[in-house]
Write a protein that binds this ligand. Sequence first.
Ligand code: BGC
Length: 478
Amino acid sequence: MHHSFFFSTGRHSRAELHWITTCIQYQGGWQADGKGPSIWDTFCHKKGKVFGEQNGDVACNSYELWEKDLECIQLLGLTHYRLSLSWARLLPDGTTRHVSQKGVQYYNKVIDDLLACNVSPMVTLYHFDLPQALQDQGGWKSPSIATLFDSYAQFCFQTFGDRVKLWITINEPYVCAKLGHEDGVHAPGLKEPGIAAYVVGHNMLRAHAMAWHSYNSFYRPKQRGAVSLAINSDWVEPLHPDCAEDVAAAERYLAFTLGWFAWPVFVTGDYPEVMRSAIDAQSKKMGYSGGSRLPSFSKDEPAVLGTADFFALNYYTSRKVKPRGGCGQVLCVKSDQDAEEVLDPSWPICGVSWLAVVPHGLRKLLKYIKDTFNNPAVYITENGFSQVGPLEIEDDRRSEFYKDTIFEVAKAIGEDGVNVRGYFAWSLLDNFEWADGFSVRFGLFHVDFSDAKLSRAIYHSGREYAKIISKYKSAQSR
Ligand code: BGC
């Protein structure tokens, strides 16, 4: 029972175990009670964007079935639950000019119910679903989005911050910027390679920084919570560790994912030097004359450096890389990054195609974060294992995955001294997996999407996860 190690890690025994639900992925009720449309509503309703033309109109219908979710949360014995607010449910046109009281009531109830069950909420303000009204004004490409986000964030701190003590401003800015504005496979579906993603990422950092400063000045003194942004990153290794080009490719890969958002916030207040020089070199090569495609932070705005009270990491997979070589023919993030991913056959792909299962990559990434970002408190805000194709309710592989991963986290804590404070599995329920619709299942509870009641049933992995939590709790109380 090597896994019991996790529960006896002495001074580092603060890690706690938990979850997630999000706006469109769970809630449904896309037009309920005056909710405004979001960019994901618009995106799903266009042809050919989402697997099987599916959409998030109903999803798990957590808007109406929240009590059922709460039962699942209690069945697992969670101590924390991460949920995402839908901006357009609270502020239908994105601005505080019009507040939906029904939206406020819904989240008040969710938060109050969690607390009544001794479950602490971690609340994400932005999880991919911008109000469509703001997209119509330029969305994340427009510099003015930062102050609009700050107003929304302040509205949420004001309304829920008496009870919510853990906040995430923006979930996965990398995914929003790149998949939404460069690849066009996420909402708003823009394909403006090599330019828009950097602008969007920049505005997301500005928005995050403004919201953090607002919290710090106006809400923290009374509310005493903590605020960060959730950064997704793979662990990455050079294909051949003794090949200098592969080592440099791995460094670039990390700089363009983790570093893009973590470096400005935790290290220098600016982007990693390796990222800027790679982008500028590529611009030069391509004869691009519009100045650096990577924007610069203005000294007249709230500083981005130091705007995280903890490190929030979403980790799913690991990669081996080498230079792409000969890739310089187009202007795009991939060619700037110049790192080609190579599959390692010993890292099995068990579900969705991008997810090679590498639990030990998480330990390495945690150690890297400790060493690079000055030993911050870390919450693993997402990590999970998907099923695709024939459904397995007795999903042993997912159970093993969680045990192996939590053991790696235990080693990161106990042997590497990483200051891990929490682990959130993705996800409580099967849900709307963005462009993959309902074809990819990450839940610890199965949801029967063909049944009008959307009944929830625990997977084997859910039962096993509940056992891990219960052991953890009894170790804590000893
Ligand atoms: C996102 C989730 C998503 C998960 C699995 C993360 O990118 O935050 O919303 O469902 O990964 O793809």
